[in-house]
Design a protein around this ligand. Structure first.
Ligand SMILES: *Cc1c(COP(=O)(O)O)cnc(C)c1O
Length: 391
């Protein structure tokens, strides 16, 4: 085996041990059990129950978002957020190609057109300078908004993602959105507990979203949330995610085509318990990051992804980035570690590689393409840090 591969594998093993480890496992305890039992004992297991609003309040307190609407997945949250933000059919939405496919799918659900932009090397988020240059050369801004002069379509929104929990340069993107009349919608599915400056990710946009899927930093089994400070958007999102039913004690009246995206009480029950130790989990994630940083400190050709100076990451997925000269060894490292029971994996393929998105508008994606070939995600469960979780 190539000696660089051996060294990288040893560094990973030094942090994870050799016991079989998966990429990201939830950390669940007694309070989760207790809350679930309460749901069963009281018969409130479904779409009505007090854990849902309790969970929404906890997320609101934690993130600083004025309004929080809990839903049944992060994808549903994005779908509802885009509707809430007023993005329409046939309008374009700018988003990275280097993200999970759900980001683009949510745009497609409303009949809007995902338009893929490049990322920067440092944060793995959208490159604001490169995008500004493209926008100034390819769009026309008038009273009605921003127009793509190549396609004739309106560009309605900018949808950045905080990849692996690492904050993107969201304040620069916010400025960009303002100068080009784009609505800023943030996909913060991966970044609960990540901050840009003092402000929580997902609260910069007009609307933002979180995911509580089983592999995310906190889980509700499956779930998501929409964050906004805008009361009208909050009301609209609440309405369309609850079948657009007009509240009434017994009458069924629906004033538009809504969705059944409500988060069930049993999921929120798990979420409430998880929120009790979010700080603790974030702490463990940071310690794990430090362990990886130390394990790779001697490597000149491996970079451990870390947040910029003014940012705080939740370190959701621990990530190493190989030097371009060693990109060809990525698969060997991934194969070797997986054979040992240590789950590592490459970055997602770029969304533009998938058949449904093969013809969609895109910019020059050279940085995305390059990074995709060099990124490796490492085992990231909080349980990899030996500790007694308090319960
Ligand atoms: C997980 C994720 C989603 C979707 O969340 P689900 O809860 O799985 O539907 C959306 N965007 C990104 C970037 C994600 O990582």
């Amino acid at each position: 085996m190539n000696s660089f591969v051996t060294d990288v594998v040893s560094a990973i093993v030094s942090v994870c041990d050799t016991k079989s480890v998966s990429l990201h496992e939830p950390s669940l305890g007694e309070l989760e059990k207790q809350n679930l039992l309460e749901c069963i004992d009281t018969n409130f297991v479904s779409s009505i129950g007090s854990f849902v609003s309790e969970f929404e309040n906890k997320i609101s307190d934690f993130t600083g978002a004025r309004f929080v609407i809990a839903v049944n997945s992060g994808t549903a949250a994005l779908h509802a957020a885009l509707i809430g933000a007023g993005v329409n059919k046939n309008e374009e939405v700018l988003l990275p190609a280097f993200t999970f496919v759900a980001t683009a799918n949510a745009v497609s659900y409303i009949g809007a057109v995902p338009h893929f932009v490049d990322i920067e090397d440092k944060s793995l988020g959208i490159d604001p300078e490169k995008l500004r240059l493209w926008l100034s050369e390819n769009t026309k801004v008038d009273l009605d908004g921003c127009w793509n002069i190549n396609t004739g379509r309106k560009i309605a929104a900018l949808l950045p993602v905080h990849i692996y929990g690492n904050p993107c340069r969201v304040t620069d993107l916010e400025k960009l959105a303002k100068s080009f009349k784009l609505i800023l919608v943030e996909d913060a599915a991966e970044s609960l507990g990540s901050y840009y400056g003092q402000k929580h990710t997902g609260t910069f946009g007009v609307v933002g979203t979180l995911s509580f899927n089983g592999n995310k930093i906190l889980t509700t089994g499956g779930g998501g949330a929409v964050l906004t400070d805008n009361e009208a958007i909050a009301r609209k999102v609440r309405h369309i995610t609850t079948t657009a039913k007009i509240p009434h004690a017994w009458e069924f009246e629906h004033d538009m085509i809504g969705f059944n995206y409500r988060m069930p009480n049993i999921n929120a029950a798990i979420g409430c318990a998880q929120m009790e130790r979010v700080r603790e989990i974030l702490c463990l994630k940071e310690r794990l990051h430090i362990n990886y940083k130390n394990a790779f400190s001697k490597f000149k050709k491996v970079r451990v992804l870390k947040p910029s100076r003014n940012c705080q990451s939740n370190f959701w997925l621990q990530t190493i980035i190989l030097h371009p000269e060693l990109a060809h060894l990525r698969n060997e490292i991934i194969k070797k570690t997986n054979e040992m029971g240590i789950q590592t994996r490459p970055a997602w393929k770029l969304i533009t590689k998938f058949e449904p998105y093969a013809q969609h508008p895109r910019h020059d994606l050279r940085t995305s393409t390059d990074l995709q070939s060099r990124v490796i995600n490492l085992p990231s469960s909080p349980a990899l840090i030996d500790c007694n979780l308090s319960d």
